[in-house]
Design a protein around this ligand. Structure first.
Ligand code: NAP
Length: 263
């Protein structure tokens, strides 16, 4: 199936590793012009080289922290200058720390809000007016299966991802008339560095081994295994494509059946 992504200009945030990088690679493979960001230049350089090796396509990158609205604005402007427009934007960031409510400070809540919610708001503020001008756009937020079913031990994530899902659903209503779709994608347990770190934190809290944490997660998943980043990226590429023109305002999980809700 031709997704119609050839020549489309796509921004993928927080994409030097893990889910973001897999999405950037999939979009590049489908022929899109891809721009990525993350905080560490070396990681971005390596990701761009790996994507070039896998797909034969160059990737534009800029180092920035997605919690800095001015840096996000400068990045989007640089992408537009380079490629003349922005068609697709995938928001993403690192995850907040795993804490129990009694361990959180007001600063933790503010930091998680900046990291998860305000970073998506910053990208929306920059890209949606540009997409509106072109009467075509795809805005996708990467959140978590936590918006379908809160994950024990991930209080900050559970709370702020729900806010991002609310943002995406409302933007979908406000921008549909301008040829823009807005959807939210919800990864379940997918094997990335973030998940390795999380398994380490949870196992040190319980006194077990990280492998026990992975085994416990796998047991909860009907598929009986963790996801692979490219399985997540396949959905994102489809939603970003011409083919997904009538899919708007949804939150779709890629979780091997983990979340148990009917919808
Ligand atoms: P990952 O492997 O740790 O990769 C995170 C990426 O984000 C890296 O490229 C990192 O690069 C970049 N990043 C982190 N903080 C940033 C910031 N403030 N500004 C710009 N870039 C930043 O994580 P992942 O597993 O791909 O997860 C991506 C998101 O999905 C996270 O929010 C995670 O909580 C969520 N999620 C993941 C899973 C899963 O199973 N993997 C499940 C549900 C939700 P730098 O460090 O160089 O900035």
């Amino acid at each position: 199936m031709d997704l119609g992504l050839r020549g489309r200009v796509a921004i993928v945030a927080a994409a030097s590793k893990g889910l973001g990088k897999a999405v950037a690679e999939e979009l590049a493979r489908e022929g899109a012009e891809v721009a990525i960001c993350a905080r560490t230049p070396r990681g971005l350089e390596q990701a761009a080289a790996a994507i070039r090796a896998a797909t034969g396509r160059d990737v534009f990158w800029q180092a920035l922290d997605v919690t800095d609205p001015a840096a996000v604005a400068a990045f989007v402007a640089a992408v537009e200058q380079r490629f003349s427009r922005v068609d697709i934007c995938i928001t993403n960031s690192g995850g907040p720390p795993s804490k129990l409510f009694s361990e959180t400070t007001v600063q933790d809540w503010r930091a998680a809000t900046d990291l998860l919610l305000m970073s998506a708001v910053s990208f929306a503020r920059e890209v949606l007016p540009r997409m509106r001008k072109n009467r075509w756009g795809r805005f996708l937020t990467i959140t978590s299966v936590a918006v379908k079913q809160p994950v024990d031990g991930l209080l900050l994530s559970n709370s702020l991802r729900a806010a991002v899902a609310g943002l995406a659903r409302t933007l979908a209503n406000e921008y549909a008339a301008h040829g823009i779709t807005v959807n939210n994608v919800c990864p379940g347990y997918t094997r990335t560095e973030r998940l390795d770190d999380l398994a380490g934190t949870l196992s040190s809290r319980s006194g077990g081994a990280p492998d026990d944490v992975f085994a416990n997660w796998s047991k909860q998943i009907p598929a009986g295994r963790l996801g692979r980043p490219e399985e997540f990226a396949a959905l994102v590429a489809f939603l970003a494509s011409e083919r997904a023109s009538y899919i708007n305002g949804t939150s779709i999980a890629v979780d091997g059946g983990l979340s148990r809700g009917l919808l």
